[in-house]
Write a new protein. Structure first.
Length: 602
C-alpha cells in the first residue's frame, strides 16, 4: 500500500515549489522531452555539409548577406524576402552573424532553444491553471508531440517563434504580470506579427465576463489598466506594418487570386480547392484545423485516428469535469480563470479566422489564426483532463471499504496509469508504424556537391538561369543568385514581385525550348545571365507536363510542350558539348557567354 501511496503522491501532488522533488522531476523530464526531438533534428542537420530546412530556403538564404555584404547584388529574390522578413527576426540573425555564427548554422541551432522555451512556458502555464506538476508534464508531452508533427518549430523561421511567444503571453497574462506581458507583445510584433492580433483579441476579452448567461464588463480597474496598456502596445507595434508600403506592390486581393492559376489546384501555393469541406476545415492555407490532423481523411479512415492525435480531444471534456467536483476532486484545484483563458483563445482564433477569410490575404492566411492556437490549447486542456481523471481513479480506489478491494482497485488503477503513460510516450512509434514521418523535420539534403562547389567558386555577381528544381538550393548552398528560384522562391502574394518572376519564367521557358538560337541569346542579354543549368531530361514532353512549378506559366509552358510534341529540337539541347562547363549524373551547366558567341558567329 505504501508503494501506491507514493505513486499517487508523485502523480497528483500539488506541491509546486521549485525545490520540491515532484517539481524538479516532472519539469526536468518535460525539458528533456522538449529537447529530445530538436537535438535529433540537429544531428540530422549537421550530418552533411549541404542540408537546409525546407522553409529556410526562403527565409534564411538572403541573410548570408550579414556575413558577406557583397552576396546577392541587385538580386530581386533576395531583396524581396529581406523586405518581408519581420524586423526582430532579421535583427536576431544579424546579431548572431556579427558574433560569428553563420545564419544557416544558427538556423539549425535555434529550434533547440525555441523548443526549451516553449516547453518551459507550457509547463509554467499549466501550473498556473492546475498546480500539479504531473499534469503540466502530460500537457508538455502532448504539446511537443503535436508540434513535431509539423515542421514549424524546426524551421527557425518567423512561424517558429509563435509557440514560445504566445505561451509566454498566456503565462504572464494569467499571472497578471504587466511588464513581461507587454514585452512579449512587442516581441510578437517583431517576430511574428499575426500573433499580436491573437494576443490583442485575448486581452480585450479579459474585460468581459458572464453573469446569468449574459455578457458583462468586468469591474476591476486594475484589469482595465492592464488591458488598455496591452492593447496600446499592440497597436503601436502593428502601426509600422499597417502604415508601411511594400516596394513590390500591393498584396493580391481575393477576387484577383480566384482567377489566377497560381492559387488553384496543380500549383505549389494552392489556396482555393474544389472540396468545400477541405477548404474550410483541412486545407493548410484556408482550413480551420491544422492540416496534419485531417490530412488523410479522404484516403484512409484507419490512418486518421493515429494521425490526429486522438488523445488531445480529451481536452474538450475539461469543462464537463469541472461540473462534477465530487467525482473528480482535483478539479477543485483548477483555476477557473485559466480554463476561461483557454476558451477565450479559441474564440479569438475563430473570430480572426473568419475575418481573414472575409479580408483574404490582407490579414495573411486564415489558417494561421487557428492552427497554431489549436496546437497549443487542446494539448494543454488534454493534459489537465487526463491528470484529473487519473487522480479520480486513485481517489476511487482508496475509498474501497475492504483492504482486499482497495488493493485490487489500486493495482488496477496503477495498471491503467502505466498503460496510459506507455501509450502517450510510445505514440510516435504508432505514427511510424503507419508510415507517418515523426518527428517531421523537412530537411533538404543537397546531392549535387560538384554543382554547389562550382558555382560558389564563381564571382559573387553571377546570375544562374534554370527551370530545374535544383536551383531552389543554389542561393543557400552556393551563395549565388538565380533568375527564378522555382515555386519555393516565387510566392505570388505581392503582385509587383510575382509579375517580374512570371515574366522571367515565361522568357526562360520560351528560350530553353526554342529552336532559335537568337531567341536564347536575347534572353541571356536581357537578364545578363552567366550560366544556364539544365536537367538531363529537360527536353522531353513528360518533363514539362509533370513539373508542378511550371504549370502556372501555362501560355509559355503549353507552347513549349506543343513544339516538343511536334518534333522541334531546342537549341540548348545541342550545345551540351560545346558550351558545357560541368556535367553530373543529373545536371548540365552551360556557359552563357559561350552561347552568345556561337550565336554571333552564326
Amino acid at each position: 500500500m505504501k508503494f501506491f501511496s507514493l505513486l499517487h503522491k508523485l502523480l497528483t501532488s500539488k506541491n509546486v515549489k521549485i525545490s520540491s522533488i515532484q517539481f524538479k522531476f516532472w519539469f526536468s523530464l518535460s525539458l528533456a522531452l522538449g529537447a529530445t526531438f530538436s537535438i535529433y533534428g540537429l544531428w540530422i542537420a549537421l550530418s552533411s555539409e549541404y542540408v537546409v530546412q525546407d522553409d529556410a530556403r526562403q527565409h534564411i538564404f538572403w541573410m548570408q548577406r550579414f556575413s558577406d555584404p557583397e552576396l546577392f547584388p541587385n538580386d530581386l529574390i533576395a531583396d524581396y524576402f529581406q523586405s518581408v522578413a519581420p524586423w526582430g527576426f532579421s535583427f536576431l540573425y544579424w546579431l548572431m552573424a556579427k558574433i560569428g555564427i553563420e545564419p544557416l548554422v544558427f538556423n539549425k541551432l535555434l529550434p533547440t532553444v525555441l523548443a526549451l522555451f516553449t516547453t518551459g512556458y507550457c509547463f509554467g502555464l499549466c501550473l498556473e491553471i492546475l498546480p500539479v506538476p504531473f499534469a503540466a508534464f502530460l500537457a508538455t508531452l502532448l504539446l511537443n508531440q503535436n508540434l513535431w508533427l509539423v515542421d514549424d518549430l524546426v524551421s527557425g523561421t518567423p512561424t517558429a517563434f509563435i509557440y514560445p511567444l504566445f505561451l509566454a503571453f498566456l503565462y504572464y497574462l494569467l499571472r497578471r504580470s504587466w511588464l513581461p506581458c507587454l514585452v512579449v507583445i512587442v516581441l510578437q510584433g517583431l517576430f511574428y506579427p499575426p500573433c499580436v492580433l491573437l494576443s490583442a483579441g485575448t486581452l480585450f476579452l479579459q474585460l468581459l465576463g458572464w453573469r446569468r448567461w449574459l455578457p458583462r464588463f468586468c469591474q476591476s480597474q486594475r484589469d482595465y489598466r492592464f488591458c488598455a496598456a496591452g492593447l496600446g502596445v499592440a497597436i503601436l507595434v502593428m502601426l509600422p506594418y499597417v502604415l508601411s508600403s511594400s516596394n513590390f506592390g500591393p498584396v493580391v486581393t481575393a477576387a484577383q487570386a480566384r482567377n489566377l492559376p497560381e492559387f488553384l489546384p496543380g500549383t505549389g501555393t494552392v489556396v482555393f480547392v474544389d472540396d468545400p469541406i477541405e477548404f474550410w476545415f483541412c486545407w493548410m492555407r484556408s482550413g480551420l484545423f491544422p492540416s496534419e490532423w485531417c490530412r488523410l481523411t479522404r484516403q484512409s479512415w484507419e490512418q486518421l485516428i493515429p494521425l490526429m492525435p486522438p488523445q488531445i480531444w480529451a481536452g474538450l471534456s475539461l469543462p464537463v469535469l469541472l461540473c462534477y467536483p465530487s467525482r473528480f476532486p482535483l478539479v477543485r484545484e483548477v483555476r477557473k480563470s485559466g480554463v476561461v483563458l483557454l476558451a477565450q483563445v479559441i474564440l479569438v482564433s475563430l473570430g480572426l479566422f473568419l475575418a481573414a477569410h472575409a479580408l483574404l490575404f490582407k490579414l495573411y492566411l486564415p489558417s494561421r489564426y487557428t492552427e497554431h492556437s489549436l496546437r497549443i490549447v487542446l494539448p494543454i486542456a488534454a493534459g489537465l483532463t487526463l491528470a484529473v481523471i487519473l487522480e479520480a481513479a486513485f481517489h476511487w480506489s482508496q475509498r474501497r471499504r475492504t483492504k482486499i478491494r482497495q488493493f485490487l482497485a489500486l493495482k488496477s488503477t496503477t495498471l491503467l496509469v502505466s498503460v496510459l503513460l506507455l501509450y502517450l510516450v510510445m505514440y510516435p512509434a504508432f505514427l511510424r508504424l503507419n508510415k507517418i514521418p515523426f518527428p517531421r523535420f523537412q530537411y533538404i539534403v543537397g546531392h549535387e556537391k560538384p554543382i554547389y562547389e562550382f558555382f560558389s567558386q564563381q564571382p559573387k555577381n553571377i546570375l544562374i538561369a534554370s527551370l530545374s528544381s535544383a536551383q531552389t538550393v543554389l542561393p543557400t548552398f552556393s551563395k549565388r543568385s538565380v533568375l527564378l528560384g522555382g515555386e519555393v522562391l516565387a510566392p505570388p502574394y505581392h503582385r509587383g514581385y510575382y509579375a517580374q518572376i512570371a515574366k522571367r519564367a515565361s522568357d526562360v521557358i520560351k528560350a530553353q525550348y526554342s529552336p532559335n538560337l537568337v531567341e536564347v541569346q536575347q534572353v541571356i542579354q536581357k537578364y545578363e545571365i552567366d550560366f544556364w543549368l539544365l536537367d538531363r531530361g529537360a527536353f522531353t514532353p513528360k518533363y514539362l507536363s509533370s513539373n508542378p512549378s511550371l504549370r502556372q506559366f501555362k501560355p509559355a509552358t503549353t507552347e513549349a510542350l506543343r513544339k516538343l510534341e511536334q518534333g522541334a529540337v531546342p537549341v540548348l539541347s545541342k550545345l551540351g558539348k560545346g558550351c558545357s562547363v560541368l556535367e553530373t549524373k543529373n545536371l548540365i551547366v552551360l556557359q552563357a557567354d559561350c552561347i552568345t558567341k556561337i550565336s554571333q558567329q552564326s
